[in-house]
Design a protein. Structure first.
Ligand SMILES: Cc1cc2nc3c(=O)[nH]c(=O)nc-3n(C[C@H](O)[C@H](O)[C@H](O)COP(=O)(O)OP(=O)(O)OC[C@H]3O[C@@H](n4cnc5c(N)ncnc54)[C@H](O)[C@@H]3O)c2cc1C
Length: 500
């Protein structure tokens, strides 16, 4: 279904725009609809304690949101409005606030994660009890829910035909920006008693992180600057994207997560370039399509994450007996802390731990290493990423972990097991990425840096590497681990045979 525009303008005297993961003014679907439908629009954001209370006290994402809100508030102010920012449980806060502001309708962009749907259902009920309408709109995906279906009306579970259908459906209508600025005269300043500065991190119980030192740009200005930079090298994306030492990808994940960029704008630009034959742009558009693909997978298969439990897309994969107990815990800690003895894996874990970002190729390598070399349940790695990734997105994270563990919808076959040494030789041939994150290995030659245990004792000594002291010996033997994994996954084959 195309986005539905309200037929009648100005049907409400006053409305409330509830920002969530859409922290921008331009091309914001719900803001546009609110401004069209209401004579006055007040804006709010809630730092939702239902989400924040369980997070570590230093969290780059919270700081990113806070900095982006400062920019959003200033921009709304310039346009005649302003932002009310609350620190509360959102599902308890919105209806009383809407009532206190005397609005007739609340507008928001929808969020299809099961917890968010649950929250919104409760908010809808509380608002309905107060006689206030609640309107939600698609904004975070180009296509979501049932918009792209197979010819027999079923959701896709395989990416390639989904992508074909997605591209087949795409036209200018779906990419057109909502002209928010045409209607901003409806923005209203929050009433005096609700007007406060955006709370500091300390006010909401958080500490400063290294976000500023990392120069991660925030807000829609930051998102635009990153996209401008990426636009100048998008044509090289296809070749560059797999090499972690190269500035190949866009680094826009966190902006897509919090809506400081519009996915319509990004997809539109990439689509236009790809139509002109830019293969880099076409490949990048494909990545945005993966994002939509996983959104709709989660929508249609919420059982994978419901009730705080993670289940395999393919149930037979939940029969796998993962390595557990003290030794498994020790292996998991080594993985988390980048002490596996496999340099590419350890450098990748250093990257996520120090910056909250991990290059896509490395996400695939460390995920495969966790479940297929260490024999650990993919859910442990998924949870770790959930806490540490700046761009953590439930649907993409779950989808990709299930891809790596082979339990997912369109996954890597279970017998395909990344070799962490050959991946390293192929994608970090000169060891530049490894040297950046593991300086203790920096003096090793390119030929042994991927597997320091193969170096001659004299070479190790000359490079100042003491295996077992300043860099670990490998915690597993890849070839042996591979055999164990094939045995571990045999149960899947048996279950598949039995069900035939
Ligand atoms: C184990 C694992 C876990 C992952 N967890 C997440 C996650 O929590 N959040 C997340 O956004 N991506 C996740 N990804 C996908 C991908 O690694 C990141 O989107 C990408 O590295 C983000 O960097 P970028 O913005 O520079 O990406 P670019 O290469 O510039 O891609 C642009 C955008 O396309 C989307 N995209 C790219 N690759 C994928 C993909 N494979 N699946 C879905 N969307 C994709 C993202 O929104 C990304 O920001 C995961 C991948 C793996 C293998």
């Amino acid at each position: 279904m195309p986005p539905i525009l309200l037929a009648v303008d100005k049907i409400y005297p006053k409305g409330l725009m509830w920002f969530r993961r859409d922290l921008r003014v331009d091309d914001n679907a719900a803001l546009y609809q609110a401004l069209r439908a209401c004579r006055q629009v007040v804006c709010v954001f809630v730092f939702d304690r239902a989400i924040l209370d369980s997070l570590p006290r230093a969290d780059r994402r919270v700081e990113f949101i806070r900095e982006s809100l400062v920019e959003l508030d200033a921009e709304l102010h310039t346009l005649g409005g302003g932002l009310i920012v609350r620190h509360a449980v959102a599902e308890d806060e919105i209806a009383p606030l809407a009532h206190a502001l005397d609005v007739q309708a609340v507008f928001a962009n929808r969020d299809d994660e099961p917890d968010a749907l649950d929250r919104d259902a409760k908010v809808l009920g509380a608002l309905a009890n107060a006689g206030i309408a609640f309107h939600t709109y698609k904004d975070q995906a180009v296509f979501d829910r049932d918009e792209v279906l197979t010819q027999v009306g079923q959701p896709y579970t395989v990416f390639t035909p989904y992508k074909r259908a997605w591209l087949g459906k795409l036209d200018a209508f779906y990419l057109k920006a909502y002209p928010v600025r045409t209607y901003t005269e409806a923005l209203a300043r929050p009433p005096e008693k609700f007007r406060h500065a955006v709370p500091s991190l300390k006010d909401i119980g958080f500490e400063k992180t290294n976000l500023a030192d990392l120069e991660i740009p925030t807000g829609s200005q930051g998102g635009s600057a990153l996209f401008d930079d990426f636009s100048r090298r998008i044509d090289r994306y296809r070749e560059a994207r797999d090499f972690p030492s190269v500035r190949g990808p866009s680094y826009l994940g966190i902006h897509l997560r919090f809506g400081t960029v519009s996915v319509r704008q990004l997809a539109g630009a990439a689509h236009q370039l790809s139509q002109q034959g830019d293969e880099g742009a076409a490949t990048w558009l494909g990545e945005l399509i993966w994002r939509d693909f996983f959104f709709q997978i989660l929508t249609h298969h919420p059982h994978m994450v419901e009730g705080g439990k993670r289940r395999s897309f393919r149930p037979e994969y939940d029969k796998i007996q993962w390595h557990h107990g003290k030794h498994a815990d020790m292996l998991f800690d080594a993985w988390c802390e980048g002490r596996t003895g496999y340099p590419l894996v350890d450098a990748a874990m250093a990257q996520i731990n120090q910056t909250g970002y991990m290059h896509n190729r490395l996400r695939m390598v460390v995920a495969s290493f966790l479940c297929k070399d260490l024999g650990l349940d993919w859910r442990r790695g998924e949870r770790y990423f959930e806490t540490h990734l700046n761009d953590f997105e439930l649907s993409s994270n779950n989808g990709n972990w299930q891809w790596a563990s082979s339990s997912g919808c369109d996954a890597q076959p279970y017998f395909r097991i990344f070799n962490p040494v050959t991946q390293s030789e192929k994608f970090d041939p000169e060891g530049k990425f490894i040297r950046r994150y593991l300086p203790q290995l920096s003096k090793l030659s390119d030929s042994v840096i991927h597997a320091p245990w193969t170096a001659a004792p004299l070479e190790l000594e000359a490079a100042g590497v003491k295996l077992g002291e300043n860099y670990p010996n490998p915690i597993v033997d890849h070839a042996e681990a591979r055999e164990r994994t094939l045995q571990r996954y045999a149960v899947v084959k048996e279950a598949q045979r039995d069900s035939r």
